[in-house]
Design a protein around this ligand. Structure first.
Ligand code: G6P
Length: 489
């Protein structure tokens, strides 16, 4: 850190992510109301000691006029956020198109959307061009705010082109990039027409991070097989320049959940839910309504369980919270109708005049309601088809200090590598296996439940989001920027 008048200054960190951790609603020509999301990354970064972080990203709204842009910039500055303004066309091509219709399904092994595969292939180049343009727009904002000594931490698949844009502008800038999704096998990545360009631009970063060792290994293999570079235990080497590649598994701020459970309002909520579902075991799913989350497969497994275990039909309820997401992308619209259709059919089949087996909500819950729900749950079902990490599984465990419920967890979620010994691991594609695990979980003896819970709880409360962010930032600080090396030689 730089020193000023003998006093060490805090390390300045510029966090760049597609989305700012706010939802912005326009109230008038020059007035905005901002709701800051306290979850995930934000609390992780707030917890990092001796770092002064600012956030750069898209506010998720279209603001075509200068008055509105100025007002939003001012309002965001108070929250230490800096906006990147993207117009509708670029959002359509970059965010809905290249990010969410191409990279997202591919990185989760789902391939291109079935029906419009050819159309996607045709629009591929224009969407990739928009992706690069959008990344350059993020870079321009970073460059405008960068001061010597800052470190820049780029996040996720939206910004794979950003490290290169930043280094082209200033080779001395310290740049890290972290992927929150899986990085797929190199055999999948190599089907991407822009495969080499993306890898090369990520390699411009000084430190590249993934949630699991497997994802890091896949990335290094892609660089060796597709770019012909050399993989070393430290990372990837290109003509003497080393890009460090490593796994940094994320966690949650578990204390925030534990504190919430002590609040009187949350306790009231827990009592209400306990009474509401008295006599029935509660199973819970909390997911963004995304195809990677395997919601239809999960509900079909629950149907199979009810089919094969009639004695459980009026003794168990599945609460599925499905948070709408990326609603402009046709694949997501199709998924919503599909889930509604399946839930309706199963409730029609097994429901009675007074109770239905599945409560499905298409919305998010506020933090306190979510904590109460986690606390009353007997069995959580996290059955993603693929998932970078999946923090719902961590949040559930953090809220189960009293109940010690069972976690059924997909083996294809990054979390399976950390919570595998405590959870019941399943292949979410195998409906019969998941149905069996539901039965096993509901009947699990309390000593086994406690043992499994203890394992998971110890992990979740000691591998926190703050540790994750601190480790990444400190490793990034320790990397030696190539341009500086050259100056020293
Ligand atoms: C995933 C991605 C995040 C993204 C989030 C919500 O977790 O890794 O980068 O912000 O989904 O998706 P959205 O498209 O609404 O930002």
């Amino acid at each position: 850190c730089r020193a000023s008048e003998g006093k060490p200054m805090k390390q300045r960190l510029l966090v760049v992510a597609n989305r700012l951790p706010v939802s912005a609603v326009r109230r008038g020509e020059d007035s905005w109301s901002l709701d800051i999301s306290a979850g995930g990354l934000v609390s992780a970064l707030l917890g990092v000691r001796d770092v002064d972080a600012k956030w750069i990203g898209w506010a998720g709204v279209n603001v075509p006029d200068e008055v509105g842009q100025r007002a939003l910039t001012k309002a965001l500055a108070e929250k230490r956020c800096i906006p990147v303004f993207l117009d509708e066309e670029i959002v359509h091509q970059y965010y809905n198109g290249y990010c969410n219709n191409i990279l997202w399904p591919l990185f989760h092994y789902l391939g291109l959307p079935q029906e419009d595969r050819l159309a996607t292939t045709r629009s591929f180049q224009s969407q990739f061009d928009a992706y690069k343009r959008a990344n350059q727009m993020f870079a321009d904002v970073v460059n405008e705010h960068y001061e010597e000594g800052d470190v820049v931490w780029c996040h996720d698949y939206h910004l794979m082109f950003l490290p290169k844009c930043l280094k082209d502008f200033n080779g001395k800038m310290k740049v890290g990039w972290f992927l929150h999704t899986p990085f797929p096998s190199s055999e999948i990545h190599r089907t991407l027409p822009s495969r080499s360009e993306l890898l090369k631009s990520v390699l411009a970063a000084d430190l590249v991070g993934f949630h699991t060792y497997d994802y890091a290994r896949h990335f290094v293999s892609a660089c060796t097989r597709i770019l012909g570079l050399e993989g070393t235990p430290e990372g990837v080497e290109d003509q003497g320049k080393l890009t460090r590649v490593a796994a940094f598994p994320i966690g949650i701020d578990s204390d925030r959940f534990k504190r919430a459970l002590e609040l009187p309002a949350v306790k009231v909520h827990i009592n209400e839910l306990t009474q509401r579902f008295a006599g029935r075991k509660v199973m819970l799913g909390v997911d963004r309504l995304d195809m990677i989350k395997g919601i239809p497969q999960k509900i079909l497994a629950f149907e199979k369980f009810l089919e094969e275990n009639p004695e459980w039909r009026d003794k168990v309820v599945l609460l599925q919270i499905a948070v709408p997401t990326r609603t402009d992308v046709p694949e997501y619209q199709k998924l919503t109708s599909q889930v509604h259709e399946i839930v309706g059919r199963i409730n029609g089949r097994f429901g009675t005049l007074t109770a239905v087996p599945i409560h499905h909500l298409d919305r998010s819950l506020d933090f306190h309601a979510l904590c109460a729900l986690y606390a009353v749950t007997d069995v959580a079902l996290v059955t993603s088809l693929r998932d970078g990490m999946n923090l719902v599984s961590y949040e559930f465990v953090a809220c189960q200090g009293a109940k010690k419920g069972v976690l059924i967890l997909s083996e294809f979620a990054g979390a399976a590598q950390s919570l595998g010994a405590g959870a019941l691991l399943v292949n979410p594609w195998n409906v019969t296996e998941v149905a069996k695990s539901i039965g096993y979980a509901l009947n699990m003896p309390s000593d086994e439940r406690e043992k499994r819970h203890r394992h998971n709880y110890a992990h979740v409360t000691t591998h926190t989001a703050q540790d994750w962010a601190e480790t990444f930032v400190s490793e990034l600080n320790d990397t030696v920027v190539e341009a500086q090396l050259r100056t020293r030689q």
